[in-house]
Design a protein around this ligand. Structure first.
Ligand code: AMP
Length: 183
């Protein structure tokens, strides 16, 4: 039973490493970014609400995010563990997740933080070609990360849950480092 969250700026390799980790621990994966992209392409109510924030590199407001995650938790999708990827991204989301998980008796085991410097991130993001991977949007997403999501690093450090990981090098090298800290 593993309950993990994946922190790190856009382009740090969370997506790539998530695939490996979920297979390794045999746990489901929840990426709020993926759920939102699906909602946008299907033109749902949530998708319509979220689209303008996403295309400008801003965070989608907490109530929308908490309702889509809450729905999954209610369904029992994560009763046997989960890798949360790109969530939480604000202190409010983190506190809310803590309360939900503790009340279910499945608190977090660790917060993995993938560390990559901004220059390398810009380079990686610009070569990826997703709709929100334009240089101005990329810079805005990095700014949003530093301003709003970085405080979570301290939040989890205080709880003794933070596991920083060097995110540079090949995907295999990074995954070896992750396995070392997760056991
Ligand atoms: P990602 O795929 O995680 O990089 O997310 C892509 C975009 O979706 C972000 O730039 C945000 O606009 C939005 N998003 C994804 N997850 C969250 C979240 N937990 N809170 C707020 N916005 C989010």
């Amino acid at each position: 039973m593993m309950m993990l969250i994946f922190l790190g700026p856009p382009g740090a390799g969370k997506g790539t490493q998530s695939e490996r980790l979920t297979e390794y621990f045999n746990i489901p994966h929840l990426s709020t970014g993926e759920l939102l992209r699906v909602a946008c392409s299907e033109g749902t109510k949530v998708g319509k609400l979220a689209e303008a924030y996403m295309t400008s590199g801003q965070l989608v407001p907490d109530p929308i995010i908490l309702s889509i995650v809450g729905e999954r938790l209610e369904r029992g999708d994560f009763d046997n563990g989960c890798l949360f990827d790109g969530f939480p991204r604000t202190l409010g989301q983190a506190q809310s997740l803590d309360i939900s998980l503790k009340s279910r008796g499945t608190p977090l085991n660790a917060a993995l933080e993938l560390r990559v410097n901004d220059k390398e991130l810009e380079k990686r993001l610009m070569s990826r070609g997703r709709a929100d991977d334009r240089i101005d949007v990329v810079r805005q997403r990095l700014k949003t990360y530093h301003e709003t999501t970085k405080p979570l690093v301290e939040y989890y450090e205080q709880q003794g849950l933070l596991r920083p990981i060097d995110g540079t090098g090949s995907p295999d090298e990074v995954f070896d480092r992750i396995k070392q800290v997760c056991g």
